[in-house]
Design a protein around this ligand. Structure first.
Ligand SMILES: Nc1ccn([C@@H]2O[C@H](COP(=O)(O)O)[C@@H](O)[C@H]2O)c(=O)n1
Ligand SMILES: C[C@@]1(CO)OP(=O)(O)OP(=O)(O)OC[C@H]1O
Length: 160
């Protein structure tokens, strides 16, 4: 069994859509980035790549490549999962924490789980999604951005 950790942050900006875990969330600002800036999925990809000893998302999807402009991060997650499968890895479980002062993430957790479940062939029961505010402290607390931290466990061999 292998464990990986991923962490990412993106700045909030007016005129951008807010996409978290592949779910479009109505909000006055969205996350800024070269891609769709889905901070949750970025942290998840890094956790999976880290567990597999496979570098990071910047290595696989450089932000200088026009191919990734506004790309759906869920589609990148599918590619990451393909890389893992090539090396005979399967995912045991993933545990996600989103740090956001707003909006509330709770109502979207089931849809987020659904998207992740499809992308990495993992039962929804093995996907943890949580959210916390930063109690108004720091960049997340001031509403300047959103952060996500993910722990993932993978194994080499057949899926259970
Ligand atoms: N963006 C967020 C932040 C929090 N929640 C939910 O509220 C609970 C309390 O948050 P605290 O930061 O005050 O501990 C948290 O456990 C989540 O259930 C949320 O949905 N979205
Ligand atoms: C997936 C990528 C692709 O440009 O997304 P970005 O929106 O640039 O986000 P960041 O987390 O700064 O870097 C990861 C990139 O590889």
């Amino acid at each position: 069994m292998y464990i990986g950790f991923g962490y990412d942050t993106h700045r909030l900006k007016k005129g951008r859509e807010l996409i978290l875990g592949g779910v479009k969330i109505a909000a006055s600002e969205g996350l800024d980035g070269h891609s769709d800036a889905d901070v949750l999925v970025h942290a998840l990809m890094d956790a999976l790549l880290g567990a597999a000893g496979l570098s990071d998302i910047g290595y696989f999807f450089p932000d200088t490549d026009p191919k990734y402009k506004d790309v759906s991060s869920i589609s990148l997650l599918e590619s990451v999962y393909k890389e893992l499968k090539k090396q005979n890895f399967s995912v045991n479980n993933v545990d996600v924490t989103v740090i956001a002062e707003a909006p509330r993430i709770c109502p979207f957790i089931d849809d987020i789980k659904e998207n992740i479940s499809k992308a990495i062939e993992l039962k929804k029961e093995r996907i943890g999604i949580k959210a916390t505010t930063n109690e108004k402290m720091g960049f997340a607390g001031r509403g300047e951005g959103i952060a996500a931290a993910v722990v993932a466990s993978i194994r080499q061999g057949k899926k259970r």
